[in-house]
Design a protein around this ligand. Structure first.
Ligand SMILES: *Cc1c(COP(=O)(O)O)cnc(C)c1O
Length: 484
């Protein structure tokens, strides 16, 4: 398929702007371009066809089963989009006077009440734009908290090797050094290793729970106690919340802070690059350090979500991590989802997520055994290590063969603690029929492997791009279009 620049033809255009009916105000000369921007020239029809053609090459949640572990690619009710598109939400400006946006403030407040209730926390801030951004924000809070107490020697964040990859990255970006601790044979935190790592230099622990192997750590209370006793704080990576939402609360497990991925658990479409929301929530003792705007306190209709906080507010705040209040429309969608499911629906969604994962895991167990015996939470991990040794078929080959069966592959080679890993997250929105079809697809790949595996190594045959040269792509990337 040609690039839009290759389809460009000088002289073609589509003017969508009406003629100017006010006096033109030219830019100051030093800001104006010397040469025109190199933009493709096409008529509207051709632009439209170009993007439709691209859209057909994409595989999304609406095209089929999408069990991409750790990503929660669940179906997003279209109702949320309709509500977020209401003019009262889309037509506002963050600098409007408060009394003209009371409804929007109410959206923040209500969403915050529900999220605090689900997390067992006291305050929410909506500024962070994604999960990793929430982690970064949380860690800046940890630093500010320790500094406010004159406890300056706490420079380390403990992170189990079963954590999501963003955890060590965020800790490093926030200026901490990372102490990695190995998991025990059960795939969960090794208490001995944790106790040995925790000490007067510990700023905190970051725990992904359920962890990347899809396991809820049964020693969670012990874990948070060890860290608190060493003077550290506990951070809960809540991106996997749809295994536990409405059932168990991180705030009751000894955690001081959490981020939500509103664009995963609370049903905003994602994967295309945004917008998302990594709203953070914390206990009241950390609330004074939250970003200056976009904060709501549980139980209190706040006016602190206003754009410009009064000067006395936020003296201890870490400042801003994003403009204004974050991605407001994502919060509207999250609230729509919360209100739609309600108090009964939220835990039911969590139970279904866990049931679906266990159902699929059990259907595959005999031939494709899970890396840990289970039961699992919302996802499970299969290791193809033995299959690779016997049949020379890798996790990558397996994933490609699943593409030929009309589904998105699971996550591969993650978590790093499992060799030749396939990480499968069916999500709660899939029906039993879809799960049965998916199990058949996995098992038919397995049968082809036993029959020699040649067809699996040659997959995919049905996709537009089959196997890009990943070594070349990593070593000699060509990230920019060069005109011929
Ligand atoms: C997706 C995810 C993140 C990161 O969230 P982003 O919005 O992609 O930055 C962090 N932790 C876990 C467990 C996740 O699944």
């Amino acid at each position: 398929m040609k690039l839009i620049f290759e389809k460009s033809k000088a002289g073609l255009s589509c003017s969508v702007l009406p003629p100017c009916d006010v006096p033109a105000a030219p830019l100051p000369a030093e800001l104006a371009r010397k040469t025109p921007a190199r933009l493709p020239c096409l008529d509207e029809n051709r632009i439209s066809r170009h993007y439709s053609a691209l859209a057909k090459r994409v595989f999304g949640v609406n095209d089929g089963f999408y069990p991409l572990g750790s990503c929660t690619m669940k179906y997003n009710p279209k109702l949320n989009e309709e509500l977020a598109a209401l003019a009262g939400f889309t037509g506002i400006h963050p600098l409007q006077p408060d009394h003209t946006v009371e409804g929007c403030k109410k959206v923040f407040d209500l969403a915050a009440q529900y999220l605090c209730e689900i997390a067992g926390m006291d305050a929410v801030n909506f500024q962070p734009a994604a999960g990793a951004h929430g982690e970064f924000t949380g860690l800046l809070l940890f630093r500010a908290y320790h500094e406010s107490r004159g406890d300056a020697g706490r420079t380390k964040i403990i992170i189990p090797d079963s954590a999501h990859g963003t955890n060590p990255a965020s800790a490093t970006m926030a200026g901490f050094s990372v102490v990695n601790i190995a998991s025990g044979p059960d795939g969960c935190v090794d208490l001995g290793a944790l106790a040995a790592a925790a000490g007067p230099d510990t700023a905190g622990l970051m725990l992904t729970n359920p962890n990347t192997a899809g396991l809820f750590d049964p020693k969670i209370l012990e874990i948070t106690r060890i860290v608190h006793e060493a003077g550290g704080l506990n951070y809960y990576d809540g991106a996997n919340l749809n295994a536990i939402m409405g059932i168990a609360r991180p705030g009751d497990m000894g955690f001081d802070m959490i981020h939500f991925n509103l664009h995963k658990s609370f049903s905003t479409p994602h994967g295309g690059g945004g917008p998302g929301s990594g709203a953070v929530s914390c206990k009241s003792f950390l609330a004074p350090f939250l970003p200056v705007s976009g904060t709501c306190l549980a139980g209190k209709p706040s006016d602190s979500s206003r754009a410009m906080p009064p000067p006395e507010a936020g003296a201890q705040s870490i400042g801003r991590v994003r403009a204004f209040h974050g991605n407001f429309l994502v919060v509207v969608k999250a609230l729509a989802y919360l209100l739609y499911l309600g108090k009964e629906g939220i835990p039911q969604a969590a139970r279904n997520a866990v049931l679906n994962a266990n159902y699929l895991m059990e259907k595959l167990r005999d031939k494709l055994p899970p890396a840990y015996p289970g039961p699992c939470m919302h996802e499970f991990v299969i290791s193809l290590e033995k299959i690779k040794a016997s049949y020379h078929v890798s996790a990558l080959d397996f994933a490609k063969a699943l593409q030929d069966r009309g589904m998105h592959p699971p996550t591969i080679y993650f978590p790093l603690t499992v060799r030749e890993a396939l990480m499968v997250e069916p999500t709660e929105t899939e029906s039993r029929e879809t799960l049965d079809e998916a199990a058949d697809a996995f098992l038919s790949v397995y049968d082809e492997i036993l029959a020699g595996g040649g067809s699996v190594r040659a997959a995919p045959v049905s996709t537009v791009i089959r196997r890009p040269d990943e070594v070349q792509a990593a070593r000699k990337p060509v990230p920019r279009y060069v005109a011929p």
